[in-house]
Design a protein around this ligand. Structure first.
Ligand SMILES: C[S@@+](CC[C@H](N)C(=O)[O-])C[C@H]1O[C@@H](n2cnc3c(N)ncnc32)[C@H](O)[C@@H]1O
Length: 248
């Protein structure tokens, strides 16, 4: 339903391909404040699913548009293959390094995510190199702030919304803000086909961008919609009294 060539930027964290047994134990945490109903894609359907949604993303993006796709290492292969097949141009392969991975005994702890930055036309692609730091800004410990911010490893903490309503996985606000500032302008149309808690739409609204999003789980859709309608970044759990943070 989205017209071709109409979207400026896609930022998304697609569902993972996992075994459904693992899904139940990981995500159906009854009794906690994590909203239930997480929807995943069966492993054998993942390559086709990935091809289909990425093809649609290619169709709706403007020639000046670009896309940032988050992925764990286990799903990355399908995303890289689809990206090449469809004709996206890879701009960067970013690493998001976060704190507190799941502790493991017999292997190393995964504490990063991949983020593939791709576009349709590298000459027309929007990029605002000084959107966050001027050329001359210095870091307190010395060296250029601008250079540091533009390195391809991003160290950004996950957010813990203790006591508030939440979905099982969400991208931190700072991560989305960084992408939006470098790759879009006020008024641009930002699309997230897999909204989850609605982070991409919410940060887009905070930065005066327009947004479009999809979410298959009604509970998550309602949660994202409520956050957008009430301009509240966090929503208190109905049975505890913690003050939600205002948008700005
Ligand atoms: C990894 S989560 C996204 C998290 C989101 N970035 C956030 O910050 O909250 C992926 C989301 O895609 C949703 N999803 C799965 N299949 C979908 C589909 N076919 N259409 C729309 N959403 C879907 C899942 O329910 C899940 O909420």
């Amino acid at each position: 339903m989205i017209p071709g060539g109409s979207v400026d930027l896609v930022v998304t964290d697609p569902p993972f391909a996992i075994e459904f047994k693992a899904q139940r134990s990981n995500y159906n945490r009854t009794g906690s404040r994590v909203l239930e109903g997480y929807s995943e894609i069966p492993k054998e359907e993942y390559p086709k699913f990935t091809q289909q949604w990425m093809q649609e993303a290619f169709r709706v993006l403007k020639d000046s548009g670009s896309m940032y796709i988050f992925s764990g290492w286990n799903n990355l292969k399908d995303i890289l293959i689809a990206s090449d097949d469809i004709g996206f141009i890879t701009v960067n392969h970013l690493i998001w390094k976060y704190q507190f991975g799941v502790v493991t005994r017999r292997k190393f702890v995964t504490s990063h995510y991949h983020c593939l930055y791709v576009c349709k036309n590298d000459k027309q692609r929007k990029f605002f190199p000084f959107a966050r730091h001027s050329k001359d800004e210095k870091r307190p410990e010395g060296g250029s702030m601008h250079y540091k911010d533009k390195e391809d490893v991003w160290v950004i903490n996950r957010e813990y919304w203790t006591g508030d309503q939440k979905t099982p996985t969400k991208l931190p606000r700072e991560l989305i803000e960084k992408i939006l500032r470098y790759s879009s302008e006020e008024g641009d149309i930002i699309l997230d086909p897999f909204l989850g808690s609605g982070q991409v739409a919410i940060v887009s609204k905070m930065l005066d961008r327009q947004y479009i999003g999809f979410e298959i789980v009604k509970e998550y859709y309602d949660f994202a919609n409520e956050r957008l309608k009430t301009n509240q970044y966090r929503l208190a759990s109905p049975n505890i009294s913690s003050a939600p943070l205002p948008f700005n």
